[in-house]
Design a protein around this ligand. Structure first.
Ligand SMILES: O=C(O)CCC(=O)C(=O)O
Length: 256
């Protein structure tokens, strides 16, 4: 059955509370199979082990980031419409590149990612560089069926804590990524099948560890920004709903 191109009231409330929404099997058919073949082919033929740290910090298959078969995961699956619905009546900036993140199998030596929010105090950027966005969309291409198979782990509701951290304890330029109470958490695993999709508020802290399974865990991520994000980015760190006009009303106690 085709999935709805809008979010239900329950899903909106869940996003306000948890900062995360999951749609199982949203991406399927040739859109999914072409992307899987493309990244699988790259892994077999073009992967350079000497670049593992750079791939892990930025993106695997960087030469494919604008490939139509990867962009189709976002543009031809209903995700453009779902993304627009989350921000309406504001509009989204166009998504023009995919990030591929692979957790190699068999417990391969690969840098783990501790709890963090993206684009703030990244290890590979100067501390003052903000590279934030409004929410991220992740599409599972391979693996990730169990928590120890390189699954993304996230802290549901952690966006509330991060917003107060950014409001009260943080200054632009500091190197620490997340407060100690967030660092101490394991988070819950997004265990998934190919075609499953996770949509995560930018402020939700997340991490990823090694993959002890025999299957590579492959995700394609798309960073979605409010059209005015460059002007809103700093304030959005401490106001989680600044860029979400409809959700702002839901999040305000007593307004619904
Ligand atoms: O590999 C993943 O699923 C997440 C990677 C991540 O957290 C990041 O690239 O910032």
């Amino acid at each position: 059955m085709p999935q709805s191109a809008t979010w239900s009231d329950d899903e909106r409330r869940q996003f306000v509370d948890d900062g995360v929404l999951i749609r199982r099997g949203l991406v399927h058919g040739t859109v999914l199979s072409k992307a899987r073949e493309l990244v699988g082919g790259w892994l077999n033929e073009a992967y350079n082990p000497a670049q593992l740290t750079a791939y892990t910090e930025r993106s695997f298959a960087p030469e494919l980031e604008e490939h139509p078969d990867l962009l189709a995961l976002y543009q031809r699956s209903g995700l453009v419409e779902l993304s627009g619905d989350l921000l309406r009546p504001a509009t989204t900036a166009g998504v023009t590149r995919a990030q591929i993140q692979i957790r190699l199998p068999h417990g391969a030596q690969q840098p783990v990612k501790a709890m963090h929010v993206d684009g703030v105090s990244c290890p590979h950027l100067e501390p003052r560089d903000l590279r934030t966005f409004t929410f991220i969309v992740g599409v599972v291409l391979e693996g990730g069926a169990t928590a120890d198979a390189g699954a993304l782990h996230y802290v549901p509701g952690g966006h509330h804590r991060m917003a107060s951290h950014f409001a009260e304890d943080w200054v632009l330029g500091q190197p620490a990524q997340t407060p100690d109470d967030i660092d101490a958490q394991d988070g819950i695993a997004f265990t998934a099948e190919p075609g499953d999709v996770v949509v995560m508020h930018h402020l939700v802290p997340h991490r990823v560890g090694i993959n002890t399974s025999s299957t590579p865990r492959v995700m394609a991520y798309f960073r979605v920004s409010h059209a005015q994000h460059p002007d809103l980015a700093l304030r959005a760190l401490s106001d989680p709903w600044l860029e979400y006009p409809v959700l702002a009303a839901l999040a305000r106690p007593g307004t619904v």
